[in-house]
Structure formats: structure tokens, C-alpha cells
Design a protein around this ligand. Structure first.
Ligand code: SAH
Length: 357
């Protein structure tokens, strides 16, 4: 695979263009074209510069291979990377704008028991420019430009664990939020982690004020270890103190994701325990009923149980919402679409897969 030009910041791209003996306005032209989601070969730079670039860089790092439209307006994208790997993304339409959910790795090695993305382990990390390209190509498809964005919000909640690909993800965030680029405000970005505590702490020092979201899904370490192997490494109390650090550094309220699984974490006692754990903290809880994954035996909590859970939290003074499960008819859960696709169209050469750790 060639290199990814969209990895570069405007400054880096400028030095590259100048080093190739071109004038600086060429760098601006090139950067603007890339931020519009164009392929290198579509951008009107000089023929020599284009030829030089195409020798070294991928013309189109992320291709939209298929689009699925759900009845509720949610769109799901299957993207193809230059090496043939597949990733997926979702676009959810809300009153205030469009939120795109991006993947940060091909597969995942965190091993959460409810998640489809991790079933085949991690294949590879995405580069910063590949993650950015997911946004650029979808914004373009919807008729958006960097000035008039159709993708207004970005959530790092697709396949992969963002903090297991720390450097690339931070570079992506800097390029996504750079004023001279597509310029999505950090306030409109959420990063979801299963709770890699050292990286959470490190991230607090990066000065990127986004919405830090932690997938909690349990109220005690013992219960958390049943569904999330990462809980063997870091405790809930370490996670809470890393969240506090992030809040002190950025002033941003943090969010906990809590997936309601029948017979596992969804009764009244769990709601009370969760409220006790989070009382008085500058946080919000996002509840979601499990999106059932056919390879897993876990079942979703019922509608009524989910609403009761929410109301217990609210009575206890915890800010919380129960999210609608969107796009269920098109394989909405993390990693489902890629798996369906790979089952229907097995890759000709087996993909490299890593063991879960
Ligand atoms: N690795 C990151 C981000 C990707 S998962 C993380 O763990 O947070 C995004 C969110 O979807 C997480 O909260 C995850 O726990 C949740 N999730 C994964 N599979 C799910 C499923 N089948 N049903 C409901 N939520 C799921």
C-alpha cells in the first residue's frame, strides 16, 4: 500500500509541495481539493506534481463500496480501503445536523462479549488520513464542502478501540478540527473508549476538548469482567479518576455508555448501583438496549425494563437518556455490516487476524 496524503496537516502538505519545487498556492489548491473529498487525480494541480504524488500516495484511500438506507433515515456505509480491507460507518440524521460514526481500526482486539467488531480480532490500525477520509467522502457524497458541511458531528464509535490506535487517532482529531481544513469543532466530536486508563490520562493533556465517552456497561469490576476483558486490566475507580482528570483539563462533561443486557446489568438494583457510583459527577449516561448479535448469546433488555432503568437513574438525580436504536434493519450494531458482507463475499486471500488478548 502507498502512503496516505490525507495524513498530512496543511503545514506538512505545504512543505511537501514546496520541497517538490512547486509554488505555495499549489499546496492550498491541493489541500482544498483533498478536504472536499476529492481524489488526487481530480484536483487541478500541475501535471508534474500530480504524477509525483500519485507515484507515492494512494489516489483514493477510502472508497464508498456500498450504501444502505434504513427506514429511519440512517445510512450505513461499507468502505473499502486501498489494501482491500473493509470498514463501516454510519450517518445518523438528527434535527440539529448529521452525525457520522467512524471506524478507527479494521476489527478490534478488545474482545467485548456483546460486540460484533471484535469477533475476528484486529486486522490493522487505520491511519489518520484514512479515518479523516471516511468523513471527507461522506460529506462530499451528501453535497457538503468544508465551508458548508453536511457532516456536522463526528463520533468515534465505529469498529475499533480509538485509544488502541492512539497516535493516529490524535492526529486525525487535530486534522479534523483544524480551522483551515474541514473544521469540525471538537465540541461536536465524541470519542468512545472501553476504558484504556493510561491513554485516557494522556489524552487529557492533548488539549482537545471533545466529549469523552466511556463504555461502562457494569457497576462493579467483577460484573464488568464478565463482558469486557479490559476490566481485568483497569478498575472502574481508575476509569472514574481518569474521567475527572479529563474534566479538570478541558471543562467538558463526560459520558458513560451503558448497554442494557437482559439478566446481566439491567435490573433496578443495577440502576441504583450505577446512580450511587456516578452521583454528583459532571457526567451523563447514555443507555442503549443491546443490539443483538447473532454470534453472541446475549439478549437485549426489554423496552419496559429500559425505561424503568432510565427513570430510576433520573429519580436519583443522574442525567441520562435512553437512545433509540437506529438502523437496526441494516445491521446497525458495531461490526455487523462488515461481517455480513464478509460472509456473503469471502475474501479471496485470508485476512490476517490477531488473537484477542
Ligand atoms: N471501542 C470503543 C468504541 C467502539 S464501540 C468503545 O468500546 O467504546 C461503540 C459503542 O457501542 C460502545 O459503547 C460499545 O460498547 C457499544 N456496542 C458494541 N456492540 C454493541 C451492541 N451489540 N449493542 C449495543 N451496543 C454495542
Amino acid at each position: 500500500m502507498k502512503r496516505i496524503l490525507q495524513d498530512a496537516s496543511f503545514k506538512e502538505l505545504s512543505s511537501l509541495v514546496l520541497a517538490a519545487g512547486e509554488k505555495s498556492f499549489r499546496a492550498r489548491q491541493l489541500y482544498e481539493g483533498l478536504m472536499q473529498g476529492k481524489k488526487i487525480s481530480e484536483i487541478p494541480v500541475s501535471a508534474t506534481l500530480r504524477a509525483k504524488l500519485l507515484e507515492e500516495y494512494e489516489d483514493e484511500p477510502v472508497k464508498i463500496k456500498e450504501t444502505f438506507l434504513s427506514e429511519d433515515g440512517t445510512r450505513k456505509f461499507l468502505f473499502e480501503l486501498s489494501d482491500g480491507n473493509l470498514i463501516e460507518g454510519v450517518l445518523m440524521q438528527y434535527k440539529y445536523g448529521n452525525t457520522q460514526c467512524v471506524s478507527t481500526q479494521v476489527g478490534c482486539r478488545m474482545g467485548c462479549k456483546f460486540c460484533a467488531s471484535t469477533l475476528g480480532g484486529r486486522v490493522r490500525d487505520l491511519t489518520a488520513g484514512e479515518i479523516l477520509s471516511e468523513v471527507l467522502v461522506v460529506n462530499r457524497l451528501l453535497g457538503g464542502t468544508p465551508k458548508e458541511r453536511k457532516v456536522t458531528n463526528v463520533v468515534l464509535m465505529g469498529s475499533g478501540e480509538p485509544f488502541d490506535n492512539y497516535e493516529n487517532v490524535v492526529r486525525f482529531l487535530r486534522n479534523l478540527t483544524a480551522g483551515e481544513g474541514i473544521g469540525v469543532s471538537a465540541r461536536n466530536v465524541s470519542l468512545s473508549t472501553c476504558g484504556l486508563v493510561p491513554e485516557m490520562r494522556r489524552f487529557a493533556r492533548e488539549g482537545i476538548p471533545l466529549t469523552l465517552t466511556v463504555s461502562l456497561h457494569a457497576t462493579t469490576d467483577e460484573e464488568r469482567r464478565r463482558t469486557m476483558p479490559i476490566a481485568k486490566r483497569y478498575s472502574i475507580s481508575e476509569i472514574l479518576s481518569a474521567c475527572e482528570e479529563y474534566f479538570r483539563a478541558t471543562g467538558r462533561r463526560y459520558v458513560f455508555e451503558y448497554t442494557l443486557i437482559s439478566g446481566e446489568n439491567s435490573d433496578r438494583a443495577h440502576a441504583l448501583a450505577l446512580a450511587a457510583l456516578l452521583k454528583g459527577k459532571p457526567c451523563h449516561v447514555n443507555l442503549i438496549r443491546l443490539n443483538e448479535v447473532k454470534e453472541r448469546r446475549l439478549l437485549a433488555a426489554g423496552e419496559r425494563e429500559a425505561r424503568a432503568f432510565l427513570s430510576t437513574l433520573e429519580k436519583e438525580g443522574i442525567s441520562a437518556t435512553l437512545r433509540r436504536s437506529m438502523g437496526a434493519d441494516i445491521g446497525g450494531a458495531c461490526g455487523q455490516l462488515r461481517r455480513y458482507y464478509l460472509e456473503k463475499n469471502p475474501p479471496s486471500s485470508p485476512q490476517k487476524e490477531e488473537e484477542e488478548d
